[in-house]
Design a protein around this ligand. Structure first.
Ligand SMILES: [Zn+2]
Length: 111
């Protein structure tokens, strides 16, 4: 496979999904750049919304996943270094809300 260069023509392809403004280079920040993937932060100067995109190259070609965010570039930069959510974390949250849910129902019944 041909080597992937994440900064290849991304600027000309990128426009805001919310207002279609074409991003200038000042509105794009590279949060992370590894061998075959790059995480970009787009901050639209027109509508003031921000988007994080993960662009990567794999056996099926180049894929891009984007999401609108309310994180600042600094917060996004910090968040990418956080530990991933594990299955145990999800189970702990599920158990917490299951128990809280029961106690709320029981409290309502006793009224
Ligand atoms: Zn916009």
């Amino acid at each position: 496979m041909e080597k992937f260069y994440p900064n290849l023509d991304i600027k000309s392809l990128a426009s805001c999904p919310l207002c279609n403004n074409h991003y200038s280079s000042r509105e794009i920040k590279i949060l992370s750049k590894k061998d075959e993937s790059v995480i970009l932060y787009f901050n639209c100067s027109r509508c003031k919304n921000a988007v994080i995109s993960v662009i990567s190259a794999g056996v099926f070609g180049i894929t891009a996943v984007s999401m609108v965010t309310d994180l600042s570039a600094a917060e996004a930069e910090k968040a990418k270094n956080e530990k991933a959510v594990s299955a145990d974390d999800v189970l702990m949250i599920y158990k917490f809300f299951s128990e809280k849910g029961k106690s709320i129902v029981e409290r309502q019944k006793s009224k």
